[in-house]
Design a protein around this ligand. Structure first.
Ligand SMILES: Cc1cc2nc3c(=O)[nH]c(=O)nc-3n(C[C@H](O)[C@H](O)[C@H](O)COP(=O)(O)OP(=O)(O)OC[C@H]3O[C@@H](n4cnc5c(N)ncnc54)[C@H](O)[C@@H]3O)c2cc1C
Length: 462
């Protein structure tokens, strides 16, 4: 594995004082040569500090394995899955005989809640390791599909937004895909297909089926009465989870799609308090999700709250797809839905040439294509109207700007072919964008969710 200067940042060495603090919560033990400390997909793994010897981190691939790194004395193992309680993405085994300091996950959580110095070091390193795995496509899943398929986009977006590293193979352009499909007996009509841990094959899986493979739904315990159930893990739901869990309450968060909500799809947020330099929505979501997990909040992803029985105590929150959870209090933080364009028949192309976002994922899908961006004055849209636009030719529309400074589209119109709609509305739409709450009250003491949609639209000619 080529580290290009990243190794020191991703595998920092602990000093004597730090090791002594960790030792108070762990146990010293020896490891045998080649002993497996955890396997890929293991439902739980411990945290290790290497005192002597080495630990090799390995990524199993279909039919082979790849060594990611060999860790040495004073280094520690783990990534965010240790905090989230999700199954391991990689495997760890001892290289030589040696000695380690081992902590169970619960002991590690207790440590990060009480030792700010170690908490900062561990969480920062875990997040950076996960970002590295994602950036290099080093995960325990291989997705094979077509970039022209809405289902492929849906699964890619679901994995990306949930911070799960995976390798994507495009059936039309990547070499070696046919042999892989033949080996797993995948027919064209089975695509997109997800190969998990080199063994399990999911054909055209739903988001819930994908989530179940990675332990995203494990937090549901229908018998337990939670102190608080939060519906929705956008910025508002994550905030509620952090505050409630840090006060010692049992918190369960239900999230239909991915932590971060709308903010998770923003390429850069400049106006959130405490981030003067701005922050990407994905990083904000990852940090907030990690913070809530650190305090013990539990998350069930791809599980939607369907209805609340308000007259019962404890409250009963029905889950879409079956089942219910109980809570003494409920916070509904399900956000808003946006109207999309009312161009007749546009739904047929959604996810296959028409996208209601313009994030890095859509950038990959539209790279080198001729693209039209509707709503180009939004933070996402601005990049497409700049000289850094990722497409071959980009036409941008936005509603008439309140002031020239607020709409860079008009100022760069000459170079990027960006007309501002004279009527102040987007082409093909007679309505302006409007937000509607995703939960609405209905009769009989029950509250129900409504369908939601998203904002800025990208249309590629492919
Ligand atoms: C592309 C983009 C860029 C943006 N940029 C900025 C910016 O720069 N600055 C700024 O201030 N704001 C920005 N916003 C707006 C900002 O993201 C929202 O104001 C903020 O996300 C609202 O937070 P929320 O938690 O209330 O709702 P949401 O972010 O909408 O989150 C609601 C969550 O609830 C989940 N949910 C819905 N129904 C259910 C259910 N029944 N069960 C379980 N889960 C459910 C959804 O999946 C979602 O994750 C941007 C929005 C977008 C789309």
């Amino acid at each position: 594995m080529q580290w290009a200067g990243d190794r020191d940042r991703l595998f920092p060495k602990l000093d004597d004082a730090q090791i002594a603090r960790i030792a108070q919560r762990g146990e010293r033990r020896s490891v045998r040569r080649k002993e497996v400390l955890w396997e890929v997909g293991a439902p739980r793994m411990d945290f290790y500090v290497i005192l002597s010897g080495t630990i090799e981190i390995v990524q199993p691939m279909p039919g082979r394995e790849e060594s990611i790194t060999v860790q040495g004395p004073r280094e520690f193992t783990g990534d965010v899955d240790l905090i989230f309680g999700h199954p391991a993405v990689v495997e760890a085994r001892a290289g030589e005989e040696g000695e380690v300091l081992a902590l169970r996950r619960e002991a590690l959580l207790a440590l990060v809640q009480t030792d700010p110095g170690l908490s900062e070091l561990f969480l920062r390193t875990f997040l950076q390791r996960r970002a590295f795995l994602i950036a290099h496509g080093k995960g325990d899943a291989v997705l094979v599909g077509s970039r022209h398929s809405p289902d492929t986009l849906r699964i890619r977006e679901f994995l990306s937004r949930n911070g799960r590293p995976y390798t994507y193979l495009d059936v039309e352009s990547d070499a070696g895909v046919q042999q892989l499909l033949e080996r797993f007996g995948v027919r064209p009509e089975d695509l997109p297909a997800l190969i998990v841990r080199g063994r399990l094959l999911l054909r055209k899986p739903t988001n819930l089926e994908v989530a179940e493979q990675f332990g995203f739904t494990n937090a549901i315990d229908q018998d337990k009465v939670q102190d608080l159930v939060v519906v929705g893990a956008g910025p508002a739901g994550l905030t509620a989870a952090v505050y409630a869990a840090s006060e010692g309450l049992d918190v369960l968060v239900l999230e239909s799609h991915a932590p971060g909500g709308q903010a998770g799809s923003s390429s850069r947020i400049e106006n959130y308090l405490g981030f003067p330099e701005g922050i990407s929505g994905q990083l904000l979501a990852a940090r907030a999700f990690t913070q809530a997990n650190k305090f013990g909040a539990k998350f069930a992803i791809a599980r939607s709250g369907g209805a609340i029985r308000c007259r019962e105590r404890p409250y009963s929150i029905e889950l879409e797809g079956g089942g219910a959870v109980k809570a003494r209090a409920v916070v509904i933080a399900s956000g808003v839905k946006y109207r999309s364009s009312d161009i007749p028949g546009v739904e047929r192309f959604e996810g296959a040439g028409v996208y209601h976002a313009a994030t890095h994922l859509e950038e990959q899908l539209c790279a080198g294509e001729e693209v039209a961006v509707v709503g180009a004055a939004t933070p996402q849209g601005r990049r497409w109207s700049s000289s850094r636009a990722p497409c071959a030719r980009c036409t941008c529309w936005c509603a008439a700007p309140a002031s020239p400074r607020r709409c860079p589209v008009t100022s760069s119109a000459a170079s990027r072919n960006c007309p501002t709609s004279p009527s102040g509305s987007v082409p093909g739409s007679s309505r302006s964008r409007a937000a509607v709450p995703t939960w609405s009250a209905s009769g009989g003491g029950t509250t129900r969710p409504a369908r939601r949609r998203r904002g800025t639209s990208t249309t590629s000619s492919s």
